[in-house]
Write a protein that binds this ligand. Structure first.
Ligand code: ATP
Ligand code: BTN
Length: 264
């Protein structure tokens, strides 16, 4: 891949400007700087390798060369009231794209709020970073990382959640750059609906661990346990406890895990 090939791969899509790099620190970091210097809406940075790819809360996201997708889309025309749903937009676009290639019994799902799972393992992560100007987002940098070939899957020792890659799940080689185009097409298709009731319904249909007991570790370290009943109309997570009371989990630095059903 190179700049010229990226432009040809994505020709015809209504995107802004495109930039391809062999190696970057983090596509989200470069995209943020580009947005500050006036990148047009829907400009894209894609890279083959990231040396300082990041997840939420400064956690690391590994992107070895030749094995994964790492890209960031700059959104300057943003629905402020739906700013928190852009993570889900990225995750849903990846899910829906993959679900066209995977057997229906193995659907890709969204681990609320920002990861994509298949076979209950993480194969993609989304980091939507909003840059605020007063009370409205001047830009959202929508960063997406997808593990495509086995080289992209980090060693299990360093992970707090099991990981996989698209090729492992599909059981065949996958055209990495073809997948990029397909994900971008899906993103552009879903974007007008972000935050709408239809969008929340689609998100809920793709929710991992729905109807299971889960644990949510909150920002202050407190653990909340409950039955994952679904999403509220604003995309926050709805849990039910054993007495039938509902709790809402707000967006934030929370980590969701399934609870071993044998302990219930
Ligand atoms: P979790 O629920 O797994 O804690 P999170 O959403 O709270 O996820 P994130 O910040 O989304 O955490 O993800 C970052 C984490 O993902 C890292 O701490 C690391 O464990 C893991 N990770 C890093 N690179 C990859 C990768 N390429 N594939 C899968 N997992 C990765
Ligand atoms: C997560 O699971 O915490 C989100 C990981 C997001 C990784 C992508 S890769 C492209 C973009 N650049 C980054 O540094 N992070 C995102």
């Amino acid at each position: 891949m190179n700049q010229f090939e990226l432009e040809s791969l994505l020709s015809g899509l209504p995107l802004g400007k495109l930039r391809y790099y062999g190696k970057v620190t983090s596509t989200n970091e470069l995209a943020a700087r580009w947005a500050e210097s006036g990148a047009p809406h829907l400009s894209l940075i894609a890279a083959d390798e990231q040396t300082q790819g990041r997840g939420r809360l400064g956690r690391r996201w590994l992107t070895p060369p030749g094995s994964a997708l790492a890209f960031s889309l700059i959104l300057t025309e943003v629905k402020a009231e739906a700013a928190l749903a852009y993570n889900a937009l990225g995750a849903l676009a990846v899910c829906d794209t993959l679900n066209q290639a995977l057997p229906p019994m193995l659907p890709a799902q969204v681990k609320w709020p920002n990861d994509v799972l298949a076979q209950r393992k993480k194969l993609a992560g989304v980091l939507a970073e909003a840059h605020w100007q007063g009370d409205r987002p001047a830009a959202i940098i929508l960063g997406i990382g997808v593990n495509v070939s086995p080289v992209s899957v980090p060693p299990a020792e360093g992970l707090n959640f099991p990981a996989t890659c698209v090729e492992e799940v599909v059981g065949a080689e996958v055209d990495r750059w073809g997948l990029l185009r397909a994900i971008l097409e899906k993103l552009l298709e879903l974007m007008p609906y972000v935050g709408s009731p239809d969008f929340i319904r689609l998100w809920q249909m793709r929710l991992a661990f729905r109807g299971e007991w889960v644990q949510v570790r909150q920002e202050d370290g407190a653990l909340l346990e409950g039955y994952l009943s679904g999403l509220n109309p604003d995309g926050t997570l709805r849990l039910r406890d054993r007495e039938g009371h509902f709790t809402t989990v707000q967006f934030g630095e929370v980590s969701l895990r399934p609870v071993d059903s044998s302990s219930k």
